[in-house]
Design a protein around this ligand. Structure first.
Ligand SMILES: Cc1cc2nc3c(=O)[nH]c(=O)nc-3n(C[C@H](O)[C@H](O)[C@H](O)COP(=O)(O)OP(=O)(O)OC[C@H]3O[C@@H](n4cnc5c(N)ncnc54)[C@H](O)[C@@H]3O)c2cc1C
Length: 381
């Protein structure tokens, strides 16, 4: 595979890096400390065309490819994990299923405003009693008087309390297991839909994650996404795509940890010399850089396969698993390289560590990625 970036990919990376470093990075610590959702940053990202980056222009997007999208997520995450988390959920989870499975009418009505940055999209699959075992969800949707009526509860929904629209998974045939699930587009102002409190979290504190309550929530019949009882397949495909961007988010956080460590190792002196002179520190830097480079290649491979329309379930599970765990190790070592200062809220590296921890859990845990990889390997035998 040829992983040289095209001129357009270079341009997108540079433009997003400049924006992220000048507009997001200086506010990242405050966003984290105040658990502040920075709505104005998302408005600016909309003006720059970032909120619909990988969607065709006819749906309000910028028509960029998946590698460009991964580059954008990496740059935003290197500035603020919280902003990247909402951006990632908006495109990969909130807007993508509408693009992939929506009718032309649904795309015009729901995707176009999301891609133009007129509001955030979200995706509600997880429930209090079902996460990894997604098919065990209990939220129900029934047809009544020509409307869909939803009842149930969701949990851990990124942007759930601030979204313009949420794609919600619900049971439409109780006896059919995973073949009895459908997805629905629920606008924020749907009667009977109430977001709960934002979860207090270890990291990604500026990215609201909420419970959602549906009590006789009535939505029009035409808000069924695509076909009835195809929801499980739809969210499996959606999650494959989302794993590219969560892996890119981990890469951005890991890269930021490495960059801060390189700078600190050159500046900090011990025993009369910069700590960068010590081989123990050099070994850590070398391992961090090597693992992040390997993660980058796995991400580009999965993105390239997706753009070619080839299967990428195994490759993206590998990319997500490896990138999140490589970034975890990099952020951990960054704290060690910073010594006592690494443990201080005054430096950024402890935030990178806390923020990145999510990437080993969201969009399928590391354990689930290993299961997916093994299942694919065994199928190939
Ligand atoms: C900050 C944040 C944002 C999120 N955003 C969203 C969102 O926008 N939309 C959404 O729908 N969800 C979202 N989630 C939910 C997330 O996808 C789930 O937390 C995740 O899938 C794990 O589910 P769970 O928390 O129920 O853990 P569980 O499924 O209960 O797992 C607990 C542990 O058991 C392990 N485990 C479970 N099954 C197996 C198995 N078969 N084999 C081996 N180990 C297993 C898991 O790996 C984990 O270690 C978010 C979560 C967080 C923390």
């Amino acid at each position: 595979m040829d992983f040289d970036l095209t001129e357009e990919q270079h341009m997108i990376r540079e433009a997003v890096r400049e924006f992220a470093q000048s507009e997001i990075a200086p506010r990242a610590r405050e966003i984290d400390e105040k658990s502040e959702f920075p709505a104005d940053i998302f408005r600016k990202m909309g003006e720059l065309g970032l909120m619909g980056l990988p969607f065709p222009e006819k749906y309000g997007g910028a028509g960029a490819d998946t590698i460009s999208y991964a580059l954008a997520v990496e740059e935003i995450a290197a500035a603020s994990g919280s902003v990247a988390a909402n951006y990632n959920a908006h495109i990969s989870l909130g807007a993508s299923p509408i693009y992939l499975f929506g009718t032309e009418e649904q795309k015009q009505k729901w995707l176009v405003p999301l891609a133009r940055g007129e509001g955030l999209g979200a995706f509600a699959l997880t429930e209090p009693h079902s996460g990894s075992d997604a098919a065990a969800l209990k939220t129900r949707a029934e047809e009544r008087d020509g409307m869909w009526v939803l009842n149930g509860q969701k949990m851990w929904i990124t942007s759930g309390s601030v979204a313009r629209s949420v794609v919600v998974a619900a049971k439409t045939d109780l006896a059919a297991g995973s073949h009895g699930v459908s997805n629905f587009i629920v606008p924020a102002d749907a009667p009977g839909f109430t977001p709960g409190k934002d979860e207090p979290k270890m990291g990604m504190k500026g990215s609201p994650t909420s419970q959602l309550f549906f009590a006789d929530c009535r939505i029009p019949k035409e808000n069924l996404l695509g076909e009835l009882n195809q929801g499980f397949k739809q969210f499996m495909i959606t999650l494959d795509g989302a794993r590219i961007s969560i892996a890119a988010m981990a890469l951005g956080l890991g890269r930021a940890a490495l960059e801060h460590s390189l700078k600190y190792a050159r500046e900090r002196e011990a025993f009369g010399q910069p700590i960068a002179n010590f081989q123990a520190i050099q070994m850590k830097l070398a391992d961090m850089a090597t693992e992040l480079e390997a993660a980058r290649l796995l991400i580009y491979q999965a993105a390239a396969l997706k753009d070619r329309g080839q299967r990428f379930t195994k490759q993206v599970a590998m990319a997500k698993l490896f990138a999140s765990e490589a970034a975890d190790r990099a952020c951990w070592q960054a704290i060690q390289i910073h010594g006592g200062m690494g443990y201080s809220r005054e430096m950024h590296v402890e935030r990178f560590y806390r923020d990145n921890r999510l990437t080993l859990i969201g969009d399928g845990t590391s354990e689930i990625q290993r299961l997916l990889i093994a299942q694919q390997l065994l199928k190939e035998m």
